[in-house]
Structure formats: C-alpha cells, structure tokens
Design a protein. Structure first.
Length: 552
C-alpha cells in the first residue's frame, strides 16, 4: 500500500527525532551518574599523548558524544589542569570514540531492545537512589536508539521504490558536495554527529541512499560535528580555542580531502563492506582512526602553528569591573530591581569562577602579576557586594504593601557569601601559593593529585551554583546542596590520607603539611559559599530539615 508523502515525512521525522533524543538521553544519564568520576579519570589520564587519546576515546564511548568530551577538555585546559597538547590528544581520541559508538549502536542485537527498555523503566521507577535512576535512564536511552533505528528502516522503505525520492537521492549521489554540506548542517543542527551518522548509514543500508551520497554525508557529519564545539567555545580562552580550531581544521579538512579522493575514484571503498551502509560506517571509523594515527605524533608542531595563528591576547574578562547591572530607576519596581540584583550576582559569580580557574596554576609556577590581578578582582568584588546590599536596601514597593524583605535578605546573603568565596581565593589560596613559592616547597605527587581533583570538584559546584542563581531550578539546587555534604566527607577523607603520609614520613608532605590542609579548608569554604545559593529555593519548597535535606 502506497504511503502518502505527508505520512512518510512525519514517520521519518518522528523516527529521526527519537534517535536524536535517545542519544541525548544516554549522554545525560552518563553525565549525571558518572560525570564526576569521568572528569577525574579523563584529567588523570594525560601522562602521555597515547594515554590521553585513549582516555578521550573511552569518554566519548561512554558519553556518546565527542562534543561533550571536547567541552570537558575545554574546562581542564582553561583551568590549567592539563596542557593544550594533552587536550588535543583527548579531542582526537574522542573523534575516534564517537565513530566506535556509531558502529556499536548500528549493530542489530536480537532481543536486546525489550530487555533494555523493561529493565531501564523498572530501575528508573522503583529506585530512589540517584545513580541507579540514571543507569535506568541510560538503559532506556539505548533501547530507544535501537528502536528508532528500526523505525527509520521501516519508514525509509518508500524511498527505495518511490520515483520522486529516487530522483532526490540520485541528485545527491551525483552532487556529492551538496550532500556533504547538507550533512554538515544537519549534524550541527541536531548537535550530534553520532545521530547524524546513524541516520545516514541506516538509510544507505536500506538502499534509500546511494553509496556515493552516503559516503559524502558521513564525511559531512564529521565536519558538522567538529563545528559544534567551535561555536560553543567562541568566547573561551585562547588556549581552548587553539585546540578546538585545530581539531576543526584537521577533522573538517581531512573529510574534505577524503571526499575529493572518493570523487576522483582513487579509493577502493567497495572493500569496506558488503552494502552501502556498512561501507559508509566503516569509512567513518577508518577516517577517524587514520586522523588520530597521523596527527598524534604531530601534535607539537600543530599546536605551535595554532599559537602563531591564534596569539595570546589580553583577557578582557576582568578588565572592566566597574560596569553595574544595578538600575536605581527601577528600585520602586521590586521584580525588576531583584532581576537587576541577580544579574549583578551572576556576574560576580562568573568572575569568581575565573579566579578559581586561575589560582591552581599558581601552585605550580607562581606569577606575581597574575596573583595581583586576582587580588584586584577581589577588591572589586567586595565593592560590588556592598553596592548590591545597598541597592537591595533601597528597594521599595509603590503601594507600600508588598512584602519585599525576604527576597532582599536572600540576595543580600548571597552577595555576602560570594564575597567570602572570592576572599578564600584571592587572599587565602593566593597567599598559600606565594608562600609555597618563596619557601621553594613541593607537594608530594599523591598530595598534588588529590588537591587538583578536589579543586576540580569544587569548580564544578561553583558552576552549578551560578546555574542555580540564574535559573532558580529546584532540582539543580537540591544537587548543589547534596554536593556540600559530599565535599565535607571528601575533605575529611583527604585530610586522613595526608596524615597517613605524614606518619609514613613522606618528606614533601611534612614540608607542605600546613599549606596542604589550609588549601583544602579554603576550597571547602568556597564550596560552602556557593552551596548556600540553593538553600532559599529548597526552604521555600519545604525540602530542608533544620540541619539536612529531607529524604526523597
């Protein structure tokens, strides 16, 4: 029975939408369940280029996305936790990892879809533990990926025999450049090269997409996938942009060169598989494997070249600390005035996050100029915190009956907490780094790794606190407050490990003991300052006991 064009388009669009959403569901589950551990593992696995590449590939397999790994890498490079060459190796490995994901997800495992769907739903609905619920989410996402691919196979059957569809597909086969560009745009729009490749490969395997068009579109998805990270990091530090742009040029340029070779008929693509789908998928995998193999030994020259093309520029982020979002003209309109205060607080939080990223490198190589900039920024934040409190005190209601005291008190308290957080970095942490440099001390390898890991966890909570301040999302606020308890336990555990090293007589630990413990306390206090942002939201919802969170 013939299918109407409208019904066909709806079926294809629905199946493709389910695929895109399912891939995102799996990625979200992994991020929420294992994000912290994954970040630590990824940052630690950078002892050499090969280890960094394999860690990037593994992270991409788990997160179902090379873009997600690129964003993690961007945070590490920006914070000075890893170098740009290690970051480049991670991203190249992530490109290969995303190709492996497409290969695995394209396999048709009999009976696995209902098992995953049933198990995932039961775990998600019946478990009260957050991590188990996310594992259930991952299983549901994987089941939906397989289900969406089956739907695409069924929905694409009219393409095989339809005259109009055949004409369009033949045009793409004859104009591989257009197919390449179309696929790049599609991969960028859906923000997932994995989903795009799976869609193209499935259509090719059904005979709906000619082999030449499938090759072009799979390669175009590589360009579009690399473009996603470029657009997401346009305002990032230049060290981050060097890595992302280098990957874009290498992956996108390599895809263009390979497309040219296929058009010229110089590649025996028929050897890659028995059908067009398998050939396209294996081409995608081999391309990313070859890109890693060729570029990994050349990372040094590549990054030196990007340093020339993207030179260091003064960071304007802390340049203008006098700009204010506080508008005195709306102080008689409480809703608008509070919005102005929140914008000011968010900007203060962003500047504290920048300070947090910049402070850890001072413990490796102290820079007095950078230290002075952070202390200047702290002074500006102190002034702005006072301005926020004065502004909130001046808010008044036009009718004099609106209760404005509670909200003003909450925001004023947040300003005080942010000021205290900035103080922990600019005074406490910077002074500790200066002291370590003047006394020419070195942390033990275990101690430095623990401090770096703790810094990374607190930095993520700082970002979470800013997100709660902006969105007032109760779910994010609950996670933020839950992290406060985890941070306290982690700090206690790290102090215990440090004392164990002292008992063993580790020389570096003995020399840096005071600095080590004080830095732990400073980071813990900073985390508390940002965790307090979530308390007012939870208190309004009745989700706080007097001393702890209520049970879910």
């Amino acid at each position: 029975m013939a299918t109407s064009p409208i019904l066909f388009i709806l079926n294809m669009a629905g199946a493709a939408a389910l695929l895109i959403w399912a891939v995102r569901l799996v990625r979200t589950g992994f991020e929420r369940a294992f994000g912290g551990q994954l970040r630590l593992w990824l940052r630690r696995s950078t002892s050499n280029r090969l280890a960094a590449a394999f860690s990037g590939a593994g992270a991409a397999v788990l997160l179902q996305s090379s873009t997600a790994v690129a964003m993690l890498m961007a945070g590490f490079v920006s914070a000075g936790a890893i170098g740009s060459m290690a970051g480049m190796a991670i991203v190249l490995g992530a490109d290969l990892g995303s190709a492996v994901v497409a290969l695995v997800l394209n396999s048709r495992l009999v009976g696995v879809t209902p098992v995953l769907l049933l198990g995932g739903v039961l775990i998600f609905l019946r478990s009260s533990r957050r991590r188990l619920r996310q594992i259930g989410r991952i299983m549901i996402g994987l089941a939906l990926v397989f289900l969406s691919l089956d739907l695409i196979r069924s929905a694409s059957l009219p393409l095989v025999d339809g005259a109009g569809a055949s004409t369009v597909m033949q045009y793409l086969a004859n104009d591989m450049v257009s197919a390449f560009v179309l696929a790049a745009v599609f991969a960028w729009l859906v923000h997932s090269s994995v989903a795009a490749v799976l869609l193209f490969v499935t259509l090719a395997a059904q005979g709906a997409l000619p082999p030449s068009a499938a090759f072009a579109m799979v390669l175009g998805a590589n360009l579009g996938g690399a473009l996603i990270a470029v657009l997401l990091t346009l305002k990032s530090d230049v060290t981050v942009r060097r890595v992302i742009w280098a990957n874009f040029v290498l992956r996108g340029g390599g895809a263009i060169l390979l497309l040219w070779a296929i058009v010229a008929g110089e590649l025996p693509v028929h050897l890659l598989g028995s059908d067009a789908g398998a050939q396209a998928l294996h081409l995608h995998l081999l391309f990313n494997a070859a890109l890693l193999a060729v570029c990994l030994p050349l990372i040094g020259p590549i990054m030196r070249m990007t340093s020339v093309l993207l030179p260091d520029v003064p960071n304007p982020h802390l340049a203008d600390m006098n700009h204010s979002s506080l508008d005195p003209a709306v102080q008689d309109q409480p809703a608008r005035a509070y919005a102005c205060a929140v914008r000011e607080l968010v900007d203060m939080g962003n500047r504290i996050e920048t300070m947090m990223r910049q402070v850890l490198p001072l413990f490796e190589s102290f820079d007095e100029v950078a230290a002075q900039k952070m202390q200047d920024a702290h002074g500006a934040i102190e002034r702005r915190a006072l301005e926020v409190r004065m502004y909130l005190a001046g808010i008044r209601s036009r009718d004099g009956q609106e209760d404005i005291g509670a909200r003003a008190f909450e925001l004023s308290t947040t300003a005080i907490n942010l000021e205290a957080g900035a103080d922990m970095i600019a005074r406490k942490a910077v002074d500790l780094a200066r002291r370590k440099s003047l006394e020419n001390l070195q942390f033990s390898s275990d101690g430095w790794r623990e401090l770096s890991d703790f810094h990374d966890v607190v930095l993520r909570n700082v970002q979470q606190g800013i997100a709660v301040l902006m969105s007032e999302d109760v779910g994010l606020a609950r996670e933020l407050v839950e992290e406060k308890e985890k941070i306290r336990n982690t700090a206690r555990d790290l102090q215990s490990r440090h004392l164990d090293r002292l008992r063993k007589g580790t020389a570096e630990s003995i020399e840096t003991s005071a600095i080590h413990l004080e830095l732990l306390r400073a980071f813990k206090s900073l985390n508390t300052s940002f965790a307090m942002i979530g308390y007012p939201l939870l208190r309004k919802r009745g989700e706080l006991l007097e001393s702890r969170l209520t049970e879910v």
